[in-house]
Design a protein around this ligand. Sequence first.
Ligand SMILES: [Zn+2]
Length: 106
Amino acid sequence: MTQYICPCCGYLGLSSLPYEYASGRELIRGVSAPYSTHFGMPSYEVCSCCGFEFGNDDEPGTAPPMTFEQFLAEWIQKGMKWFEPSKRPIGWSLEVQLLHANKAVD
Ligand SMILES: [Zn+2]
């Protein structure tokens, strides 16, 4: 089963591409929200790690638009609680996860 990287937190565990034209293999930084204007149709999947909902958290109208950078900073500030705690690996570290996500770029 193919899994994709969350462009917000780097978690490798999305079951579908977060956006139609996103690679699903890297972090997305320095791009303005909403991301559908850059990357097409969102999946509306919620990341099991950071809880970002693609097409919702970054879309004005349903909530204040958030970039991945803003969302991640807030998530860290709030204590990095996993959206699905049962999926959190033992010894998990955000630092290592982000490092791996950056290395995944070809
Ligand atoms: Zn995430």
